[in-house]
Design a binder for this molecule. Structure first.
Ligand SMILES: *[C@@H]1O[C@H](CO)[C@@H](O)[C@H](O)[C@H]1NC(C)=O
Ligand SMILES: [Zn+2]
Length: 420
């Protein structure tokens, strides 16, 4: 208490006497003292993050944001493995820097460790529904995708902790339910998360078996300068992927409607919350699936599907970026087959590091996953995480290729039977 009192007297003093402005060093020292003080909730080390397959760290919210600003990705597993257990298992050291950090150890709950082994499935080695799938492509409505993405990127931000992020989730949920409302058997679920308001959304088209084929994208956006107060249109990251899978769903429903398509495996479309907070929505979704012993035979993430200027500027033809680190080799091979048969563009293999998008949450829980991005990683959109991630920079012909890919992937894999 005495420390607080001294701080507040000092604060009043500094504010009241402009003389202090003549001594900028003193003022900035004071500011950094305030900003790094344990009394700032953002500076309490109460988050367990995973920075690599065997690299865990106890950090504060402010440190998480700084890692994101340095393009260092991680999974925030605080809700999955509480601090006390992470310490017990030797994953992290007990915090020692302040009494406040240590207080957070009280009240920790018990949760099981995350799984690691990934089963290998026998994915199709040739396509079986070329006429049916290509017949659906005429229903792809790129003007509609443009309209929907215009709306989705017009929210002030879709930051998962801001009220705008809840508004955008509600808009998305209404869009989805209006598409599927005529289908009695199709379920749309809001997945609420512990600690923030923006929920994840799952559409489930039941198959003959419960094994799941999953298509995913993240609905949240973030301005990494000041996420709580700055605009984040997130047109490419990941408005583009969110609208890519929304349009793919809309088109596939045409085939559900006329009875020509009924999945064998259960087909799910998932829009995750809080990817920008360290895959928090998707790690919750897939940890729940793992806890419920659900089987996911393949998860495909699409995060950033619309930017080609980076490639064009370097004289490289637009192409897909097929992520080949921390993804499933077998599922990637299946994707290559789909691209070869269904797309007019090709792919380049590329890497994005550990936990670079939500497919990592599936993999973390023992589910094979892939990630297809707009181009080789070095040519991807450099305007993301800022006010400049806008729709005018995007190439809708390219988004259409991602939609064609998604429809083909969903159709072929949800009808694949002999996977074991
Ligand atoms: C999942 O499987 C494990 C091991 O077979 C079993 O102990 C557990 O009860 C199952 N959980 C559910 C929700 O079915
Ligand atoms: Zn993203």
């Amino acid at each position: 208490m005495r420390f607080l009192l001294v701080l507040s007297i000092f604060a009043v003093f500094v504010t009241a006497f402009p003389l202090f402005d003549l001594i900028p060093d003193l003022r900035s020292t004071f500011n950094s003292l305030i900003n790094s003080s344990p009394f700032q909730p953002d500076n309490i080390k109460d988050k367990v993050i995973k920075l690599g397959p065997d690299e865990f760290k106890l950090v504060s919210e402010a440190e998480k944001l700084n890692l994101k600003r340095q393009n260092k990705n991680f999974i925030d597993i605080t809700n999955q493995i509480p601090i006390e257990q992470a310490i017990e298992q030797g994953l992290i050291n007990a915090p020692t820097n302040s009494i406040w950090d240590r207080l957070f150890l009280l009240g920790a709950k018990q949760v099981k460790t995350l799984k690691k082994t990934i089963p290998v499935y026998a994915y199709p080695t040739k396509v079986h529904y070329e006429n049916e799938v290509k017949g659906l492509y005429e229903f792809i409505d790129i003007d509609l995708v443009f309209k929907k993405l215009t709306k989705f990127s017009s929210f002030f931000s879709r930051y998962y902790k801001s009220p705008h992020g809840l508004d955008s989730a509600n808009w998305l949920y209404d869009e989805i339910t209006s598409l599927v409302s005529n289908f009695k058997e199709i379920e749309t679920l809001k997945i609420h998360h512990d600690g923030w308001d923006q929920y994840s959304i799952i559409v489930s088209i039941p198959g003959e078996v419960k094994d799941k084929v999953v298509v995913g994208a993240h609905q949240d956006s973030a301005n990494l300068i000041l996420p709580n107060i700055m605009r984040a249109p997130g047109a490419d990251d990941d408005g583009s992927g969110s609208m890519t899978i929304l349009e793919s769903l809309r088109v596939l429903l045409k085939a559900c409607e006329d009875g020509s398509f009924k999945p064998y495996n259960t087909l799910e479309f998932q829009w995750y919350s809080a990817e920008e907070g360290g895959l928090k929505g998707s790690i919750d979704v897939f940890t729940r699936y793992s806890d419920q012993n659900e089987t996911v035979v393949g998860m495909l993430q699409q995060d950033m599907t619309g930017y080609t200027q980076g490639s064009i500027d370097e004289g490289v033809e637009p192409h897909f970026g097929l992520i080949n680190d921390y993804t499933s080799v077998e599922l990637n091979n299946f994707l290559k087959l789909i691209i070869k048969n269904y797309n007019k563009i090709s792919y380049l293999e590329t890497q994005c590091g550990y936990a670079c998008s939500d497919h990592a949450s599936a993999l973390e829980n023992g589910y094979p996953s892939s990630f297809l991005i707009e181009s080789e990683f070095k040519y991807t959109n450099k305007y993301i995480h800022s006010v400049m991630d806008t729709i005018d920079r995007l190439d809708f012909d390219h988004i259409k290729e991602h939609i064609k890919l998604t429809i083909a992937y969903a159709y072929e894999l949800s009808l694949a039977k002999k996977l074991y």
